[in-house]
Design a protein around this ligand. Structure first.
Ligand SMILES: Nc1ncnc2c1ncn2[C@@H]1O[C@H](COP(=O)(O)OP(=O)(O)OP(=O)(O)O)[C@@H](O)[C@H]1O
Ligand SMILES: [Mg+2]
Length: 218
């Protein structure tokens, strides 16, 4: 599902690499924690999968596609296969939950009925159907993150990427969010969660990929 072959990533022309010689595979249906100290390269790793970045050297293959070879036109279709969740939920405060979730579908011209059905389905998944017409500021932090996760599930993605999704949540809520990721994983979605939360990693007993100073640690 996801393959890194001797991946190097430099942001500028500097000889400073955020990732160095990273070779790793993540299989379809796996649940993986990506961990390591601040600056180790976790976010860079996720952005390479989402094809927000391409490697400076080496190769990233996602769902059979070499991400460096994906053209502008194919990029939107490629990204539909991947859901992304961030630490700061990136919800629009002046848009309802429904509007937040289906914003992209609206831009693409999908009719309202279709968007409503889609939104209802993903909201049911995260247990927040009743918040359909609410605005994000009236929701708790955990609820806002679940809305962001619902939005990431909209296209039924093959892969779900989460970058420190519990960074702004307390311990109990973090566990709740991880259990939600586990349920999403159980229906077949490959899940990659970047976190430095050791207690969460120990509790959930998943595969752990560790980065340190840009290198993969075995
Ligand atoms: N946009 C950028 N431009 C230049 N350098 C960057 C950029 N983004 C990240 N870097 C550098 O790449 C390295 C890896 O950063 P990255 O954000 O991938 O780490 P991280 O493991 O996600 O850290 P954190 O736990 O703090 O989120 C760091 O040295 C960082 O300074
Ligand atoms: Mg990061």
């Amino acid at each position: 599902m996801i393959k890194f072959y001797h991946v190097y990533k430099a942001y500028d022309n500097r000889n400073q690499f955020a990732l160095k010689d990273v070779t790793v595979s993540i299989q379809k249906g796996e649940f993986v924690f990506l961990t390591g100290p601040s600056g180790a390269g976790k976010t860079t790793f996720l952005r390479l999968i989402f094809r927000e970045l391409t490697p400076t050297d080496g190769k990233v293959v996602v769902s059979g596609m070499d991400t460096s070879l994906i053209g502008k036109k194919a990029l939107a279709d490629f990204r539909k296969k991947i859901g992304v969740v961030f630490q700061d939920f990136k919800l629009l405060d002046n848009r309802t939950v429904f509007e937040n979730i289906t914003f992209v579908l609206k831009v693409l011209g999908y009719p309202e009925r279709f968007r409503e059905t889609k939104a209802h389905n993903v909201l049911k998944w995260v247990g927040l159907q009743h918040k359909f017409n609410e605005y994000p500021p009236s929701l708790s932090g955990g609820e806002q993150q679940r809305i962001a996760i619902a939005r990431a599930l909209l296209n039924d993605p093959l892969i779900l990427l989460a970058d420190e999704p519990t960074g702004n949540l307390d311990y109990d809520l973090s566990i709740e969010i991880m259990k939600l990721f586990e349920r999403i994983n159980n229906r077949g979605t490959t899940v990659v969660v970047a976190t430095h939360d050791k207690s969460i990693i120990e509790m959930f007993k998943k595969r752990v990929i560790r980065l340190e100073n840009g290198y993969l640690k075995r």
